[in-house]
Design a protein. Structure first.
Lengths: 285, 392, 297
């Protein structure tokens, strides 16, 4: 065997060992990332009390769906599900239009004070939303919106971040295309619907997924606004149930599973858009 | 709140039949968030006609001018008979001389214990003085392992130290609710006793959310005693296995030098001032206050009736578990009737925790507690000096 | 007849497009933020809600009371602890995962990427409940695993020393996926030639990381760090669900304190002061980021 061949062999061996090491790390990481959720599902199927065993059980001895049925029949989870769905769908669809229009306007419509206004708006990005919560609560109280779905929905209908995202993307639409349409006599609204919206579809997809996830998962504001249990969104209902049913581990796990399923499904099926959006937005950042 | 919210809907049809034309809608809130949520509802002008209020919250809502005084309605009523109520309980609803709630069901704290473990330690009955109680717990502890404890009092609950405080004769607040009395000798004595339970290993320093399954711990003998309210009777009966059912019992609380007082808890039915249907709402309140309806409610929820007459029924009179509650209800006192009480109560256990975990001495903790309480009550003092409250 | 828009028409169209968003953001965000400052100089509370006449203008008293309250300093300290330990930890894990997933030797990149990102999309309350139980002293999986290496049971959520680390660990698990994606994008933008040249010069993988990867990634790192920490300053749901701010207030964050004072005890003037302090802290962090970014450029 020549010395060159043995060098190449050892190089290949090193490569193989590195690969094994990398895969090992990746798999360990994957297990750690998924373990809590796997256990959550597993415990949700255990009969009451089994989740408190020493040593802990990883898999249910006799899987049961009783906790899931209990959640829907005794504990009204279906109602909370619908509440969350209603709020999330309304916010996602309405905010999509509102943010897209504003984002496009900042990107492509020429009007006086545009850049200055946008700069002022951007300062809002660094303001933590919690600072607004106390007066916002009092404002909504005076509008009669406390403890209503609209009290939860309205503050989420426009987002500076969403406007930012759309504007970023819309900047890449060629001005000539828009001006050509204007010369042809099309109204701004028409231009928006027929040219701009199809052109920014990817970012709209990303934004809608983002908004849906954020709204579904939102906790603090619905917690503050809603006092009537029948209007609770899932995270708030779950937090309350966990306080009252701290003994019923398996039941709470089932509740967690049900809460997470919709966002997981949305993510898994649409992850392409979501991940693309995150990564595209970051390269500029 | 809680199960009561679910159950009360079953009582409604009979009422609606009696009063055709009145429709009742029930909204349920979980207990854990009820205090916040009721206040949010009030702040948001989204109040119902009647609310079930934890009776320690009545003063807060009175301060908000949210509730309708009921004395004239009570005087005229044949269903709501004041003398038939436990005096200590009724008084929790009286603020500045006026009645703002009708006791709906009562609640107080007694001891739930493993009678077999107590017997093994040489006691056929729960002791009735602090000293004897302590001795019994020490005896039980000597028969336990290091991770087992005779008494479970979660460190994040305000009731145990406050109960001990009132048992020692502390007024908790002095000067008509203007300042704290926590560093005074009575509360000090109670607090020393409270802290010693943890220090001597008789109670574990757990927070309420750490005990994942109380019933399992009780069944496995990891806990021998637990201070709690009437709903636990149902829970223990349902969750403990059959073999355990003759191994647990309830008893009134031991006091400093004899049978002790407990806190007058429970829920009241209150009428909101802003209600547009006060006449109808009062009819419902009267209905729910009838002894027979109270009894039916008890049978459905396990919540103890506020009407003494209901207690004469065999289901209660012969119930060996409720006997302790009946006895204790004759010895209950209300918590201070100031709107700031909830926040003060939270500070009590927070400083308690600090003292127990050795971050502060008892002396420092109680002094700091009173400082904070005085600060919390500053607004009340200012308002009282402006005679806004006194004129009510 | 065809013509381009004249400026005033363009203006009208623009305002039509902007009006809903600007109105909503103005009224329901900027206005309350400004009002917060006003609220913080009053003692508006439950009595004030009953009758506004019960409210007094107190100047900076809320702030001075705040600065004299140990609980406030505890909350501030806890929040900084969470942000300055949790932040770098999250970034380190995210960078590590990104490096792993950018290696040429690895296949199934998409699968692993999805798996690592999954915790990020889950509902925080739901997983907090699961982790609360994983941390259980007697029955939780973590102590079970520790018992295998001979470490005694840790009272994760009941020991003031361990409660915040427990929450930090969960936060790292939940959030690293997002930063990981950003790092992957950043790593992809580093030209391959740089690495090739370095390899020819004899530089090993570790050397290559420190001389090429890290410097090229620095702007992204700075940006991500500050953004992550700003997010972490707003810690609320985890302590609310898992520990209620305990034990001994060791997990009370600034936002949790604000929530308690404002929405539990209704001391809204006082709570507004807390909120304003949070605002100042985050503002400083943001300005710092701008400063660092400008220096880079």
């Amino acid at each position: 065997m020549s010395s060159r061949e043995s060098v190449m062999d050892s190089a290949r061996q090193r490569e193989r060992m590195t690969r094994v090491l990398l895969y090992a790390l990746l798999v360990i990481g994957a297990v750690l990332a998924l373990l809590p959720m796997v256990w959550m599902v597993s415990a949700s199927l255990m009969p009451s009390g089994e989740a408190s065993s020493v040593p802990p059980h990883f898999f249910p001895s006799s899987p049961t769906l009783e906790h899931y049925t209990n959640l829907f029949t005794r504990l009204n989870l279906g109602r909370y599900f619908l509440n969350s769905a209603f709020v999330a769908v309304v916010v996602t669809s309405a905010s999509l239009i509102i943010n897209a229009m504003a984002g496009y306007a900042f990107a492509k419509l020429r009007f006086r004070g545009r850049d200055r206004l946008f700069r002022v708006l951007s300062t809002g990005l660094v303001l933590p939303v919690q600072v607004a919560m106390l007066p916002l609560f009092l404002l909504l109280k005076n509008m009669g919106l406390i403890n209503t779905y609209w009290g939860v929905i309205i503050p989420g209908l426009a987002s500076i971040f969403g406007i930012f995202l759309v504007r970023q993307y819309a900047l890449s639409i060629p001005d000539e295309m828009l001006d050509a349409a204007r010369v042809d006599g099309a109204s701004e609204l028409r231009i928006f619907w027929s040219i701009v919206v199809p052109g920014i579809m990817p970012i709209l997809a990303t934004l809608s997924i983002w908004t849906f996830l954020a709204t579904w998962n939102d906790f603090m504001w619905p917690l503050i606004v809603l006092s009537d249990a029948s209007r609770y969104t899932l995270p708030v209902a779950l937090a309350n149930l966990s306080g009252e049913h701290v003994q019923d581990i398996e039941l709470m796990m089932a509740g967690s599973v049900l809460t997470i399923i919709p966002v997981m499904l949305v993510f898994l099926f649409l992850q392409r858009y979501y991940i693309q959006g995150v990564m595209a937005g970051s390269v500029k950042g | 709140m809680g199960r009561e919210g679910e159950i009360v809907t079953e009582l409604i049809p009979a009422f609606e039949k009696e009063h055709p034309g009145i429709k009742v809608e029930v909204q349920q809130i979980p207990w854990s968030a009820a205090h916040e949520k009721l206040l949010t509802a009030f702040v948001g002008d989204a109040t119902p006609d009647i609310a079930m209020l934890g009776n320690t919250w009545v003063p807060e809502f009175v301060a908000l001018d949210a509730l309708e005084p009921l004395d004239s309605l009570v005087a005229r009523s044949t269903d709501v008979v004041r003398s038939d109520y436990f005096p200590g309980i009724w008084s929790t609803n009286v603020v500045d001389g006026a009645t703002y709630g009708i006791p709906w069901y009562v609640d107080t704290q007694v001891i739930f214990y493993r009678s077999d473990l107590l017997a093994k330690a040489g006691y056929s009955q729960m002791p009735s003085t602090w000293a004897d109680w302590r001795q019994a717990m020490q005896k039980i502890k000597s028969q336990m392992s290091a991770t087992q404890y005779p008494l479970l009092i979660p460190i994040t609950e305000w009731r145990p130290p406050v109960i001990l405080g009132v048992q020692a004769g502390s007024p908790l607040l002095r000067d008509d609710g203007r300042r704290g009395a926590f560093h005074e000798p009575q509360f000090r004595a109670a607090f020393d006793f409270y802290a010693s339970l943890y220090r001597d290993g008789l109670a574990p320093a757990f927070s309420a959310s750490e005990i994942s399954n109380l019933y399992q711990e009780f069944e496995r003998g990891n806990i021998a005693m637990y201070i709690s309210g009437p709903w636990q009777i149902g829970e223990f009966t349902n969750r403990l296995p059959k073999e355990m059912q003759d191994k647990w019992m309830t008893a009134p609380l031991p006091g400093m030098n004899g049978p002790g007082v407990s806190l007058a808890g429970g829920a009241s039915l209150s009428l909101y001032r802003r209600s547009a249907h006060k006449r109808e709402a009062w009819l419902l309140m009267e209905y729910l206050s009838r002894p027979d309806v109270q009894l039916r409610f008890y049978k459905l929820t396990g919540d103890l009736p506020a009407r003494r007459e209901a207690w004469r029924d065999t289901s209660l009179a012969n119930n060996r578990y409720t006997r302790a509650f009946r006895e204790q209800l004759d010895r209950v006192v209300p918590t201070p009737k100031v709107p700031e009480w909830e926040q003060i109560a939270t500070k009590v256990f927070e400083y308690g925790e600090k003292a127990i975990r050795g971050r502060m001495t008892v002396e420092q903790a109680l002094a700091a507690l009173d400082r904070d309480v005085d600060a919390l009550l500053e607004k009340r003092r200012w308002l009282m000096s402006r005679r806004k409250l006194a004129n009510r | 007849m065809a013509r381009l828009r004249i400026p005033s028409e363009a203006n009208t169209a623009a305002w039509f497009f902007l009006a809903p968003a600007l109105l909503l953001i103005g009224v329901f965000f900027f206005l309350p933020v400004a009002a917060s400052l006003l609220l913080s100089v009053t003692d508006f509370d439950l009595y004030g809600i009953a009758d506004p006449g019960n409210t007094r203008f107190v100047g900076l008293q809320n702030y001075s009371k705040l600065l004299q309250t140990p609980d406030f300093w505890t909350a501030l300290r806890n929040t900084f602890y969470f942000a300055f330990v949790g932040g770098p930890l999250t970034i380190a894990v995210a960078l590590g995962a990104a490096l792993l997933l950018s290696s040429k030797l690895v296949r199934f990149k998409g699968l692993f990427r999805t798996i690592y990102f999954t915790p990020f999309v889950t509902t925080l309350v739901a997983v907090a409940i699961v982790w609360r139980y994983l941390y259980h002293t007697r029955y939780g999986l973590f102590n079970y695993a520790l018992s295998y290496v001979g470490i005694g049971p840790i009272d994760w959520l009941g020991d003031p020393q361990w409660a915040m680390p427990a929450i930090i660990l969960m936060a790292v698990w939940k959030s690293f996926g997002y930063n990981m994606l950003i790092f992957i994008a950043g790593l992809q933008s580093i030209p391959e030639e740089l690495y090739d040249a370095a390899e020819i010069d004899g530089a090993g993988p570790i050397r290559r990381f420190f001389s090429i990867t890290l410097p090229m990634l620095m702007p992204t790192l700075v940006f991500v760090s500050v953004v992550t920490m700003i997010g972490y300053f707003q810690l609320f749901a985890e302590p609310y669900v898992m520990t209620q701010g305990g034990p001994l207030r060791s997990t009370t964050s600034v936002v949790l304190l604000m929530y308690e004072e404002g929405f539990r005890w209704w001391r809204m003037g006082y709570a507004a002061a807390i909120a304003f302090v949070l605002f100042v802290v985050i503002l400083i962090a943001t300005l710092l980021q701008f400063r660092l970014q400008k220096e880079r450029a």
